[in-house]
Design a protein around this ligand. Structure first.
Ligand code: C5P
Length: 404
């Protein structure tokens, strides 16, 4: 089930650490390679030797080996793993993760990790329900951390309530589910546009918008994690793509984005247009900086090419095309119209009226309008989780198209 998968297991200082010994056993039995990291407090509960024996690998606890000075690179460990599980994750370590604190090897590896991180919270019921812990968990979720939900029952304190670490079998189910989603898009090639465009006025000025590219990059990561090859045509953004299956094609203007997309689309199985492309560009770009004269200045704008509409015309019966609609008024009507005019198979509607949705936020609240399923509204959630809903809709499109 997990043959060849590389799993890093971080163990923090909770009594549930003893259950993690069994988790290592289950992971190994399923074929995974396991390396274990322990915090100092975790060693008070279970000896590293237990985990070294079960994982058949040395256990990492310090930044370097005090006997021979060998450096344990958190960066290397984080790059090695396909998944980093922290189980048990104590309230203290969860708080540190949420705030970027890196005061031991286990936490430093969290900050360096490029792979997804799954945490299994384990603590007393009052610590669990404390707003500080709940806020920290929400922060981590909004950053895409996977959470193996704590269970209810008898706790080590003698009290009963929510806070027990999920059972090793339950964590195992989550791990298997995580990897099962992985290969479903293998062999697919998908074009994604993301970020804003910049339309040059003169060498130092441009017209742009507030798009950060977070949504488009999250979609790219999700599709790549499912095995797709992704061509990411991106305007200037601060976010970076991590997955090796993502090929970044950086562009600046709407015209450059158009040229790249039209060139690449025929070699792809579909495209997601999540870029906030400028609708207008200056008719002329000045070669030198425009001087202030004291007079008013008129800037003549001409329309840019509609990339989505162009791909909509090129689209074959085997390809899907999806777009976004960010509306301030008559959202649903406009989204339906766009679905037709651009020949989209589905459109993701987000409204600026929804708190926490749209430009810059890490969260989004969307409604997907598709020809296959009609109108489906989703709750406000992390953009990384919205990306999963969009990826599921793309899988649905592939199923529909292969059935025709
Ligand atoms: O027409 P409107 O700009 O509202 O449509 C938004 C959708 O069209 C988005 O998916 C956006 O990426 C795409 N679009 C495009 N090229 C343009 C303008 C918008 O691909 N020039």
């Amino acid at each position: 089930m997990l043959t060849g998968k590389k799993i890093l297991l971080g163990i923090t200082g909770g009594i549930a650490a003893y259950k993690s010994a069994y988790l290592v056993r289950l992971l190994k039995k399923a074929g995974a390679e396991v390396r274990v990291l322990m915090s100092d407090a975790a060693k008070q509960f279970v000896q590293p030797l237990t985990f070294a024996t079960l994982s058949q690998n040395p256990v990492y606890t310090d930044f370097f080996n005090p006997e021979n000075g060998e450096w344990h690179s958190h960066v290397k460990l984080a790059l090695w793993a396909d998944l980093y599980i922290v189980a048990p994750a104590t309230a203290n370590s969860i708080a540190k993760m949420a705030h970027g604190i890196a005061d031991n090897l286990l936490l430093t590896t969290c900050l360096s990790a490029r792979c997804p991180i799954m945490i299994a919270p384990a603590m007393d019921l009052d610590m669990y329900s404390n707003p500080a812990t709940q806020d920290n968990l929400a922060t981590l979720r909004s950053r895409g951390y996977l959470v193996a939900e704590a269970g209810e029952g008898l706790l080590a304190s003698g009290l009963s309530g929510k806070g027990r670490m999920a059972e090793p079998e339950e964590i195992m189910d989550e791990v298997v589910r995580f990897f099962a989603g992985n290969g479903s898009m293998r062999g697919r090639r998908i074009l994604i546009t993301a970020g804003p465009t910049r339309e040059k006025i003169d060498p130092v000025r441009f017209i742009s918008n507030y798009s950060t590219g977070k949504m488009g990059y999250a979609i790219a990561e999700e599709l790549a994690s499912r095995g797709a090859e992704v061509l990411l045509v991106s305007g200037p953004v601060q976010v970076t793509a991590h997955n090796k299956r993502i090929t970044l094609i950086p562009v600046t203007t709407a015209e450059e984005m158009y040229t790249q997309c039209v060139e690449q689309f025929s070699g792809c199985d579909g495209a997601v247009m999540s870029a906030a492309v400028a609708d207008f560009t200056p008719a002329d770009t000045a070669n030198s900086k425009i001087k202030k004269t004291g007079d008013e200045m008129l800037l003549r704008l001409v329309p840019t090419k509609d990339i989505a509409a162009a791909l909509g015309k090129m689209k074959t019966g085997k390809q899907f095309l999806a777009g976004f609609a960010l509306e301030t008024d008559n959202e649903m009507q406009n989204a339906q119209k766009k679905l037709e005019s651009k020949n989209f198979d589905f459109i993701v509607l987000n409204s600026l009226k929804d708190k926490g949705a749209g430009f810059g936020y890490d969260t989004n609240k969307v409604t997907i309008v598709s020809r296959s399923k009609g109108v489906v509204s989703y709750d406000l959630k992390a953009k990384t989780l919205v990306a999963k809903d969009i990826a599921d809709q793309i899988e649905e499109e592939f199923t529909q198209k292969s059935a025709v």
